[in-house]
Design a binder for this molecule. Structure first.
Ligand code: SAH
Length: 434
């Protein structure tokens, strides 16, 4: 979602006459100033974990130092930290010039203009409307792939999660509007769309396509749209109907990301996840039965309030039992204003780190073993871009959303190819055209 919002912001600013420069890290001058010499720096922020916020505080500090030497430098924040902290941010960081709420991306050019003119702090933080902006100017990374948010916000009550506070209640874009936007993207050359939402599968559109599977079906009818993926799903809305829709539509990506969070029923209840471990695995088994080539990935939190050694071992067992294709494993951090803020944060940082590291190692082995099962197989992959260094080599993504590099004399970008997986280099497959 943040990547999409940043692309919209960059597009709107370019349209208004600004030039978007590359990040200093990617310009070969990583020791240069963080601003990369830009006149305006905007950080798009995430509040979901404390770590993400800490990085923003750190960078703001560095940019503040730069601003002392270059007082004309304009600094702004957008995204969820703005929703979370509001204009208290101006007190904490007097060097900040502007704040843009998640529903105000369109106000960026104006607010930067105002700050430049008046040299006074300014904020646009709207509380009504939807934080999804469709714009023809969106500055996408790829001519073939586009992100497409279809819903935002969250009506679930996971006790650890700040999203309901920062993104508000669930709001879906009407299905006909989503389809029109998808058609517009496809007529501009897009072949692959990733639908986005905090709980994308809780989508509720208009009469037609009034559920997420219904929306998927409508999108599958767009002739030149070749692949549809989506993220992130919540287990309680991962229904038989959705699985059936994936099974019967080869256009729908064979990667399914379904956060488990914990393997302990006690912890799942404390997190208010609305499912038990048994219910979760029943869904996974059914999905694997209907879509045998599906790749399933997950999110895990270790060290949530009340997590005993026994609860942790249940999560460890769940990774070994389910054998996910990949997992993001996070250490729990208390988020302000969440229901779990009132619960004791009673797993020590040391134990969180131990549990996190152990699960990461277990998952790495499982991912590697599962990757190796692909050696020798023929897969369908979508060619995305040329290898930046090696001429004649190309990056593609398999139907399971895995990266694969292959050599070809022809430029096959934007096309699907059939590749045999011949080797594995770290997490990337090497393939050859068959
Ligand atoms: N809507 C998704 C969550 C998306 S947030 C869902 O319901 O599962 C992405 C991931 O961040 C979550 O799945 C969770 O694993 C992690 N996360 C969220 N809040 C967290 C917190 N307070 N501490 C640590 N990890 C957290």
């Amino acid at each position: 979602m943040n990547v999409y919002d940043s692309q919209v912001a960059a597009g709107l600013l370019e349209k208004a006459g600004f030039e978007v420069i590359r990040e200093p890290e990617s310009t070969g001058d990583p020791k240069g100033p963080l601003s990369g010499g830009a006149d305006v720096v905007i950080m798009n922020t995430c509040s979901v974990r404390d770590h993400a916020e800490q990085r923003v505080w750190g960078r703001l500090g560095m940019l503040g130092v730069e601003k002392k030497e270059r007082p004309d430098l304009i600094l702004g924040l957008m995204g969820c930290m703005v929703e979370e902290h509001g204009d208290r941010l101006f007190k904490r960081f007097p060097q900040l010039d502007f704040l843009i709420g998640t529903r105000n991306v369109r106000d960026l050019p104006t607010i930067i203009g105002d700050v430049g003119k008046n040299r006074a702090q300014a904020a646009a933080i709207g509380k009504s409307g939807i934080s999804i902006e469709y714009s023809e100017f969106t500055k996408r990374d790829s001519p073939f792939h586009a992100w497409l948010p279809v819903m935002t916000g969250c009506d679930k009550e996971c006790t650890f999660c700040i999203v309901p506070k920062t993104r508000g209640a669930e709001v879906s874009v009407p299905a006909d509007k989503v389809v029109r936007e998808a058609e517009r993207l496809v007529s501009g050359g897009v072949k692959w769309i990733t639908l986005l939402g905090q709980n994308v599968n809780s989508y509720i559109g208009s009469e037609k396509g009034n559920s997420f599977p219904g929306l998927l079906e409508m999108l599958c009818h767009i002739g030149d749209l070749e692949r549809i993926s989506f993220t992130t799903s919540h287990p309680s809305d991962a229904t038989e109907e959705l699985f059936q829709m994936i099974a019967k539509n080869p256009k729908i990506s064979r990667r399914f990301h379904l956060p488990l969070q914990s393997g302990s029923d006690k912890i799942l209840k404390r997190m208010k996840r609305y499912h038990t471990y048994g219910e979760y695995t029943a869904k996974i088994n059914r999905l694997r039965e209907l879509v045998p080539d599906v790749s399933i990935t997950t999110d895990i939190i270790v060290g949530f309030s009340g997590e005993t050694e026994e609860d942790y071992l249940a999560t460890k067992r769940s990774l070994e039992e389910i054998r996910f294709d990949g997992a993001f494993i996070y250490k729990y951090s208390v988020r302000p204003g969440t229901p779990a803020e009132k619960l004791p944060d009673d797993v020590s940082p040391g134990d969180k780190a131990l549990r996190n590291n152990e699960l990461l190692a277990i998952q790495r082995t499982i991912t590697d073993e599962k990757n190796r099962e692909n050696l020798g197989k023929v897969v369908s992959a979508f060619v995305e871009e040329a290898h930046p260094e090696r001429k004649g080599e190309w990056f593609a993504r398999t139907d399971q959303d895995r990266r694969i590099v292959f050599p070809s004399l022809a430029d096959l970008r934007g096309k699907f190819v059939r590749l045999r997986v011949i080797a594995l280099r770290h997490e990337t497959f090497l393939g050859e055209v068959v």
